[in-house]
Write a protein that binds this ligand. Sequence first.
Ligand SMILES: Cc1ncc(COP(=O)(O)O)c(C=O)c1O
Length: 438
Amino acid sequence: MDTHPAPRATNRLDAFVDRYATRTAGMTASEIRSLFAVASRPEVVSLAGGMPNISGLPLDVVGGAISDLVANLGPVAMQYGSGQGVPELREQICEVMRLEGIEAHPDDVVVTVGSQQAVDLVTRVFCDPGDVVICEAPSYVGALGVFKAYECDVVHAEMDADGLVPEALRQAIAATRAAGRTIKFLYTIPNFHNPAGVTLSTPRRREILEICREEDVLILEDNPYGLLGFDDEPMRALRADEPDRVIYLGSFSKTFAPGFRVGWALAPHPVREKLVLAQESATLCPPQFSQMAVSAYLTEHDWQGQIKQFREMYRERRDAMVEALDDLMPSACSWNVPDGGFYVWLTLPPGINAQAMLPRAVTARVAYVPGTAFFADGFGSGSMRLSFCYPTPDRIREGVRRLAGVLEAEMELRATFGADQPARAVTGGYDAPGTDVS
Ligand SMILES: Cc1ncc(COP(=O)(O)O)c(C=O)c1O
């Protein structure tokens, strides 16, 4: 019997507020989401969102593949499917991962609703409230949201120009364990980091694996951008050298299209079994139609050629952003030059607060994401993420020009009146990656 009275008419905004599970307290709109409404107005140059630019996709090919799918395999494509995902697609996923040195069996792959759902399922399977997840500082806002929703605590470990700093990882593990806390896994984005733009160097990969082996820490390797390097061959995945300790996440969102919502997890066999059970309780099965459409695209189209085109297009945009930053930004700012992916991480002059400045920037018709969105602990106010993936090179330059204007005004105001709020100490290089990245 329901012991709760029916919600009474109340002048509170949410009449159900007393009924929600405690964990919903950790579910808040990300800074990015609340920005979307304003940032998506056409007059605003959005350097905020990380939407892939899929305008180069051959819609005729995709349309033809989908139309053939409906005509030839419609009744299967529109039916429920396996909780683990379509077998042919899982085989193709293994081919995709081979580009990063991974030798895997399709039976160890679980298809998910984007890699975002894979982060959710892994956390659901491993984490109890109060468990600790170690994350880079800064880290992907969508993963931080998942960890918060499952009531985990995030401990950040610093990065620099070569990615996660091994000594910082050691310290984070030691300090967490000394406090009697349980570490469930290290969540890491080794390639073209979101939001920091940096890539874990090859020697660091070995060191990070070594530390996790020594300390018996599981690794969640999130790699949606790995094939979007601008110059070099893809880096070797952590999973390629440590199949029993790494759960690897991949996605077709950035290399094909996010609308299909197809990603995957590759996991050690026992974990894979748990992930399938979690997937079945979450969705019964990942969308069969989307999986078969992605599979048909991979079969019928030169998907590697398409990725090459994407890489060239994003490189042009990266160049436009970096050139504009070099030309227009006050010299007290610093930023990194990413070798791939979508993002530049910009460190502001001391005392300038990216969160406080945002309304002024939006008024000046440019949007970015303040660094605080990417920290679980309130740090990051002295930095921002700039995305170059979506706007055209001209718009990127215009966006940077507007941003530089807002920043100069802010610096002038600060020079005249002092900080509009106390400058936050940038402790221990915690607003990583620090100035050495620029
Ligand atoms: C690091 C990282 N992981 C996961 C995702 C989720 O991607 P999707 O669910 O579209 O595969 C994103 C999206 O931006 C991301 O940047």
